[in-house]
Write a protein that binds this ligand. Structure first.
Ligand code: ADP
Ligand code: MG
Length: 245
């Protein structure tokens, strides 16, 4: 199956109780692609992301990542989450651990690196996100933007093959958004495969290979940013973009 995409989401449906929150969602990504999910609050963006690393369970459809059946009962969820890094809106750092301690934890505990190796790897990733001078700072000593960069370094330290970002800048003061987007830009340049939920439309326009517009759990429209932003096919897309512009 050499023509299979790196990530294939096919007709994914999900319910919470009686409420169907995803309706036959499909999209695919090649290695190195950046796909941005947009849509109103409650449209299912976070749920879709969480189905990819099985933080949420899709009840119907299929998700294939690098040839593996993500939804198969036999899939090892821990292995999957090692391969799929996630950065959330909140920073979720351990308050009692320094920046380097937070980033080294996964490599040491999960990947089995020695303490010294894990610290080296954490140092490299913190330098990559511009925090080489804050290795020993604790979360409370860092700005929101710095904390979010530690969270990104923590995900990268596991050497994921896919990165999920769920509104990584939504909780940040406006003046701190740029430094996080800059780190994400660098990752794009480095060829990372990224599935991103964001309301930062200029970022989306600049880096996305494809925009997927979700509304009420359905893909209304998807396409390259120039097409979707300049010339949307669906009136619903146009209205959404007008509202957030
Ligand atoms: P978005 O990220 O686009 O704002 P979500 O994926 O968070 O949307 O939510 C989609 C729908 O699923 C919403 O109606 C939300 O209330 C519902 N939902 C999300 N998470 C849960 C959950 N854990 N339990 C029940 N309903 C949920
Ligand atoms: Mg969300």
């Amino acid at each position: 199956m050499t023509d299979e995409s790196f990530l294939e989401v096919t007709d994914v449906s999900k319910w919470y109780g009686d409420e169907q929150v995803l309706h036959d969602v499909s999209f695919e990504m090649d290695r190195g692609d950046v796909t941005v999910l947009i849509g109103p609050s409650g449209s299912g963006k976070s749920t879709m992301l969480r189905c990819v690393n099985r933080l949420a369970e899709a009840q119907e459809g299929s998700i294939r990542l690098d040839g593996e059946d993500v939804l198969a009962p036999s899939t090892d969820v821990d292995d999957l989450r090692r391969e799929v890094g996630m950065v959330f809106q909140g920073f979720n750092l351990f308050a009692h651990l320094s920046a380097v301690g937070n980033v080294a934890l996964g490599p040491q505990r999960v990947l089995g690196l020695s303490k010294a190796e894990a610290r080296d790897r954490a140092t490299d990733q913190l330098e990559r996100v511009g925090l080489g001078n804050q290795l020993d700072s604790y979360p409370a000593e860092l700005s929101g933007g710095q904390q979010q960069r530690v969270g990104t370094a923590r995900a990268l330290a596991m050497e994921p093959k896919l990165m999920l970002f769920d509104e990584p800048t939504s909780a940040l003061d406006p003046e701190l958004i740029g430094e996080v987007l800059e780190v994400m830009h660098d990752l794009v340049e480095a060829g990372m495969t990224m599935l991103v939920v964001t309301h930062e439309m200029s970022f989306a326009r600049a880096v996305a290979d494809e925009i997927v517009f979700l509304d009420a759990g359905r893909v209304v429209e998807r396409g390259p940013p120039e097409q979707l932003f300049e010339n949307p096919e669906k009136e619903r897309t146009d209205r959404f973009l007008d509202r957030i512009a």
